[in-house]
Ligand binder design. Structure first.
Ligand code: BEZ
Ligand code: FE
Length: 291
């Protein structure tokens, strides 16, 4: 085999990078030129073969074809399992302000879910009862009354409503509001660990890499309050077996919480009309002011 003609390979890269030199938007120009430069450097470094290039094209094509308009977003899933979503999250929150930490958005949020009362049960199918309570405050400790908490979690079968069409509309989803003291209360079922979808190219990728698809049990939150930065995060069950090996790298220690077993005689059971043994967790949110 003749030695590689490095000069002509570099020439190909330089030409491709320079072809974006007149992109009017400066940020877009920067992004495109860096992207092309890094892509070419990757291909050269790993000595990418035509067969491998073709396989990658097929993989990305299948990833796009797996997406739908409702709940399936295979590209977000791909970004998540590559750790890219959490890297972007870390870059976005570099300033280290005293606010609750964020984590991945995930592909299963659905907008426009029912408004729910303080303490309302969002579990429309009975299960292992849970109650999560806490507050929403600013970094100085002032309560944020009326803050909205958009919440979603899987059912005990590990599937989200929308993803699992047999669940009633709005099951384990809803939009709560903090009360006049900035407090919130959500009745639900105890979150369970679940595998991310593996019936598409991302599942094939995980299998080929001998990686498991499991996420530790969690409750998703998206919080908004006027004058404050939106917070997208989860609260994770502290004792979950996958807490240290989340398939999408989303766990942060500050987001771990213990669900405590409580009997039906506990005062909170009376206050929230629970009527059975349940698990209680407490988590306080802090929202960063908008710059
Ligand atoms: C989720 O927690 O809903 C999720 C996040 C990333 C990938 C798949 C699911
Ligand atoms: Fe989730």
């Amino acid at each position: 085999m003749s030695p590689p003609d490095l000069a002509s390979e570099r020439e190909i890269t330089a030409r491709a990078v320079n072809s974006f030199a007149h992109t009017p938007d400066a940020r877009l120009r920067f992004l495109l030129q860096k992207l092309v430069g890094h892509l070419h450097q990757f291909a050269a470094e790993v000595e990418l073969s035509e067969a491998e290039w073709s396989k990658a094209i097929q993989f990305l094509t299948a990833t796009g074809q797996k997406c739908d308009d409702v709940v399936r977003q295979e590209f977000i899933l791909l970004s998540d399992v590559l750790g890219l979503s959490m890297l972007v999250d870390a870059i976005e929150h570099r300033n280290g302000v005293q606010a609750t930490e964020s984590t991945v958005f995930g592909p299963f949020y659905i907008a426009g879910m029912p408004d729910r009362e303080y303490g309302e049960n969002m579990a429309l199918i009975p299960g292992s009862a849970s109650l999560i309570t806490g507050s929403v405050r600013d970094p100085d400790g002032n309560p944020l009354p009326g803050a909205t908490l958009d919440v979603w979690q899987t059912a005990e079968n590990g599937q989200y409503s929308g993803q699992d069409v047999t669940q009633p509309h709005g099951n384990l989803r809803g939009r709560y509001r903090a009360d006049q003291h900035g407090r919130y209360a959500i009745r639900s079922v105890v979150p369970v660990s679940y595998p991310i979808p593996t019936d598409g190219p991302v599942g094939t990728l995980l299998q080929a890499s001998d990686r498991h698809p499991w996420r530790p049990a969690h409750l998703h939150f998206m919080l908004d309050a006027p004058g404050h930065r939106r917070l997208v995060t989860h609260v994770f069950n502290d004792d979950d077996p996958y807490i240290d090996s989340d398939a999408v790298f989303g766990v942060k220690d500050s987001l771990r919480v213990a669900y405590q077993p409580c009997s039906s005689a506990h005062p909170l059971a009376g206050q929230f009309d629970i009527g059975m043994d349940f698990h209680h967790a407490h988590f306080d949110f802090v929202l960063e002011g908008r710059a």
